[in-house]
Design a binder for this molecule. Sequence first.
Ligand SMILES: [Zn+2]
Length: 226
Amino acid sequence: MKKILKKYLILFLTTFLLVSIYVFSVNAQGVISPEKDTAYQAVERNASEVGKIGDAIFNFAELGMQEFESNDLCARLLEEWGFKVEKGISGFPTALMATYGSGKPVIALHFEFDALPGTSQQAGVIERKPVVEGAPGHAEGHNTNAAVVMGAAFGIKEAIEKYNLKGTIKVFTAPAEEKGIPRPYFVRDGYFKDVDAAFHAHVGNDLSTSYGERQYAVITSDFLFY
Ligand SMILES: [Zn+2]
């Protein structure tokens, strides 16, 4: 039951991200264009597959900077879908940029998928029940971040392909959200230079969204007091 709920949550969040991306092109009568409908249908049709991405990353449960299996899975899928995948961007072994389409606008979709130390937990169980005592787990739901963005990327790609739409999507996988490491390096290295709009997915309270300047290029520092 819990597993089904989790799949529905991922499906809902994915659809939500698609809605955020396409909301401006719904016409005054509220009619959804065939292009957008194609994207929505692609997500609906692949709901259980999108759920499996989230489940797989939940089970990999890899700590920040060690998300090798999680990143490989995303790389393989994105390549399979026809994205051009550049691995190891900004020197991070568990980061990639995957590009689809051409020309403007350029839309970035970004997520991290690191697990938290010591939070190993069996799926679908409410009480504390680690798979491996003391091992990492997805206590914060970063596996869902990945599934949502991957599902959205697939849906948008289907629409671009079917209607020969102008525009580029750039999907970023990134390590170690908990340590606040990679984002400034992507910006420094010019990966966001031509980007017109950037979407970052993170699970949150009440499925809320926000926009504007946030902590999105956050860096981590150590302060020593003597
Ligand atoms: Zn987080």
